[in-house]
Design a protein around this ligand. Structure first.
Ligand SMILES: [Zn+2]
Length: 71
């Protein structure tokens, strides 16, 4: 295995990366793979935008409804 080669990822991988990036920062390689895929995949460009909007709405809802979790 080589860390230097950016392995192409699938649309499914892209979706997973976009959603997991919310919980933890992507590694430089993951970010590179994500950017490379988005550059060539219109479907994922749209999907990632929709994800961002969905997450923004979720954050708004959660901030309003949920008490801060201090535990
Ligand atoms: Zn794609």
């Amino acid at each position: 295995m080589s860390d230097n080669i950016t392995t192409p990822i699938t649309c499914r991988d892209t979706t997973w990366l976009v959603s997991s990036a919310r919980d933890q920062p992507l590694t430089p390689q993951q970010a590179r793979q994500l950017a490379a895929h988005l550059a060539g995949c219109a479907a994922c460009q749209v999907a990632s935008r929709q994800f961002a909007q969905l997450f923004a709405q979720l954050d708004t809802l959660l901030a309003r409804d949920a008490a801060p979790d201090d535990a």
